[in-house]
Write a protein that binds this ligand. Structure first.
Ligand SMILES: [Zn+2]
Length: 510
């Protein structure tokens, strides 16, 4: 194609094509939304030329794990809506941890896609179907097994959504109402995903002291259903599980050697983030959010929750019991923003109050909607998961008001800067592969994730010498440095750190 004419020519850069192959000096031409790889210095012309000297040209990053289902629909603002694309993310995989926007909030994938089309997106979105969402819409929020009829209805809804183009089934087995399901229920649903050759993606029932048993359950579900298994944000968190990746990763490696298709994603931080309500035992949620608030008003029920946290409940991941309230800080509390950034233990000490009472008052004041950050992991575990050849990068971004976890705005730049360049945990082409081809293959994004002739022109150009995250727990939405250009389907959506007016993004069907 030397001598061709392009809409955009990216000249003089080093190509990391997404496969993990070594960097190669190549020019990249884009015409009609598609990529042409050119020899370095090819004599092509273009309407616009980007000089990529000393820069890396890579496929657009695919964020394997987000909770950004409605980020640009719910008025959270530009910084939240664009935090991913400003890092070079051209596809976000949402609908994770058992929670999707359909069927429920939106009737189906088509309605979800229409809402995003109407609102306008810079980058693409792909959604899984949440098991908790399916269960909530069919069974409600009751703490009981699904009837055969209800399970059949969940399977029908899942089948429809996968046929329409959802990327797989997700579960979040620490979250109600998904946590009320037994293994057989999830296996039946995973079998529907298997028929579509789509993965079963799971936030394990326990990522702390019982992580090995929870992983065994996931493997059983995959084996019995025939679905590929993807472990979300793999970690071994809480003081009792620190070092646990020394067991879980070799275990996953052995399963892969035996032929099980199992992968995982990971974010590059030692802190997690979730809902404050998830710190309370499952029975506290029985009946749904209003029932939880009623129990929080009841001193006897509060005492029961305090005892459950102190003593544990079989089958329940007890985050606080695995760490303590001094590791849990408030991330988002819309009506009491002055509490954001402080730990529950600090607030309790200041008020001379019991932690459970602080938690109850906080949830009651915010109608149950409080996000937290949990400083629960150890750095060596995080690095081990990042380094695993079968792990890919997912931010687990939870775009929420307040001081959300910095991973939403920092993950990809942090892996490229801190972990790849500064710590040399892996090579740059390998880092790019974990952000592109690996996720595209896992979630069935045909044609994306590798820069080759004829591929959709989703790409990112960054400066490997300076790329770095700036988002912190105190200033969590600061965009990274070093991202020069982001292109979605041939249209420039970010240049030199600024989002352009173009909105070529859409909900993709898989
Ligand atoms: Zn999760």
């Amino acid at each position: 194609m030397t001598g061709g004419h392009f809409d955009l020519l990216i000249r003089g850069g080093d190509l990391a094509d997404g496969t993990g192959a070594p960097l190669l000096p190549k020019d990249v031409g884009i015409a009609a939304g598609l990529v042409t790889i050119l020899p370095a210095g090819a004599t092509a012309t273009a309407r616009r030329v980007h000089d990529a000297t000393r820069q890396v040209v890579a496929p657009g990053f695919i964020d394997a794990h987000t909770h950004s289902d409605q980020t640009n629909l719910n008025g959270l603002g530009e910084a939240q809506a664009h935090a991913a694309v400003l890092q070079g993310v051209t596809v976000e995989i949402c609908g994770n941890c058992g929670d999707s926007a359909f069927p429920g909030h939106y009737r189906d994938l088509a309605a979800f896609a229409r809402a995003h089309a109407a609102s306008g997106r810079a980058n693409h979105l792909v959604s899984l179907v949440g098991h908790g969402t399916l269960r909530g819409s069919v069974v409600g929020h009751a703490n009981r097994a699904a009837t055969a009829q209800e399970l059949a209805q969940m399977c029908r809804l899942l089948d429809e959504a996968l046929t329409a183009g959802a990327a797989g089934l997700s579960s979040g087995l620490i979250y109600t109402p998904g946590s009320y399901a037994d293994t057989a229920e999830v296996t039946a649903l995973a079998a529907v995903a298997a028929r579509h050759r789509k993965p079963y993606v799971t936030h394990l029932r326990d990522e702390m002291s019982h992580v090995d048993a929870a992983l065994d359950e996931a493997v059983r579900i995959a084996r019995d259903s025939g679905a590929a298994l993807h472990v979300s944000h793999h970690k071994t968190a809480g003081t009792y599980a620190w070092g646990g990746t020394l067991r879980t990763l070799p275990h996953l490696e052995r399963l892969r050697a035996q032929g099980l298709d199992v992968t995982c994603d990971v974010y590059p931080y030692t802190a997690g983030s979730t809902a404050l309500a998830a710190m309370l035992p499952p029975w506290a949620h029985d009946g749904g959010p209003q029932s939880l608030l009623a129990r929080l008003r009841d001193p006897a029920a509060r005492a029961g929750m305090r005892a459950a946290i102190a003593e544990g409940v079989p089958g329940w991941e007890n985050t606080v019991g695995n760490g303590g309230w001094d590791r849990i800080s408030v991330a988002g509390a819309g009506r009491q923003p002055w509490l954001q950034g402080r730990t529950i233990a600090q607030i309790a000490a200041e008020r001379d109050a019991e932690a459970i009472d602080v938690v109850a008052e906080l949830l009651l004041a915010e109608d149950g909607d409080v996000t937290i950050i949990s400083h629960s992991m150890r750095e060596d575990d995080v690095q081990r998961v990042l380094s695993a050849p079968f792990s890919m990068i997912g931010s687990d971004g939870v775009p929420k008001p307040g001081l959300p976890h910095p991973r939403w705005a920092g993950t990809f730049a942090r892996v490229l800067g801190h972990y790849t360049r500064d710590l040399a945990l892996f090579s740059l082409p390998e880092a790019v592969r974990k952000m592109t081809q690996a996720s595209a293959a896992r979630f069935g994004l045909t044609g994306r994730g590798v820069l080759r002739d004829g591929a959709p022109a989703d790409l990112v150009v960054f400066d490997p010498a300076t790329v770095a995250d700036r988002a912190t727990f105190a200033d969590p939405l600061l965009s990274p440095v070093g991202i020069r250009l982001v292109v979605v389907d041939g249209t420039v959506v970010v240049e030199e750190g600024t989002v352009t007016a173009a909105r070529p993004g859409r909900v993709l069907a898989c």
